[in-house]
Write a protein that binds this ligand. Sequence first.
Ligand SMILES: N[C@@H](CCC(=O)N[C@@H](CS)C(=O)NCC(=O)O)C(=O)O
Length: 238
Amino acid sequence: MITLYTFGPLFGLPDASPFVMKAEMLLKLAGLQYETSTKGFLRAPKGKLPYIDDNGTIIADSTLIRMHLEQKHGIDFDRELAAREKGVAWAAEKMLEDHLYWVLVYWRWMKDENFAKGPANFFKRAPALIRPLVIWKVRGNVRRNLHAHGIGRHNEAEMTAMSDRAFEALSLLLGDNHYLMGSRACGADATAFAFIAGSLCPLFDSPAHAKARTLPNLTAYRDRMMSEFYPGFERGHS
Ligand SMILES: N[C@@H](CCC(=O)N[C@@H](CS)C(=O)NCC(=O)O)C(=O)O
């Protein structure tokens, strides 16, 4: 049995983290049996979620999880794609994970109103007396990570110009397709779904979230994927 370590459903999403949603989607696309546990964060080998325990083999990082599923379980997520499409799908996935992600982190963590509605919930279990200190420290770490990545060196207008372009690229790539690359799901659908669902989360407000809401094919895709892969999941619509 595979155990996927998660944060758990939050913000009206299957998980607070897009990378956890991606990993869960990969497991669903692979058709493998799995269970989830929210008890793994303190033992996360790389200090982040997701990771999986596949019968004693621990794999941390959603991309390494994908590679593990491909190698150990013989899953070819991109079997329906032509060679060029495989390249495009991989590049689109990494645009979301290594570029857009950081803009979304900025709006979720650095804007007080979004932080209060969202990430502040992670600290509820910290003792009330030291909670402000813990929050101050963790938000400071996030700010440093944004700076180290580079996105945190830009002003909000510059960041927004970049996230707008990423959403437009994603919307153009999706077009009228049912799935990201056509009529059959591929590996990048796991990432596309995770990031589109996270971006459309009605809880958060920012120019990036507002941009995502202007692209109807992204909303329709999120709705289709939710119905197909998370039937019955309760969430707030944007
Ligand atoms: N490259 C990793 C990224 C995972 C990641 O950034 N996870 C975040 C949540 S979105 C996390 O666990 N952060 C906790 C921390 O940094 O303390 C993957 O693809 O799995």
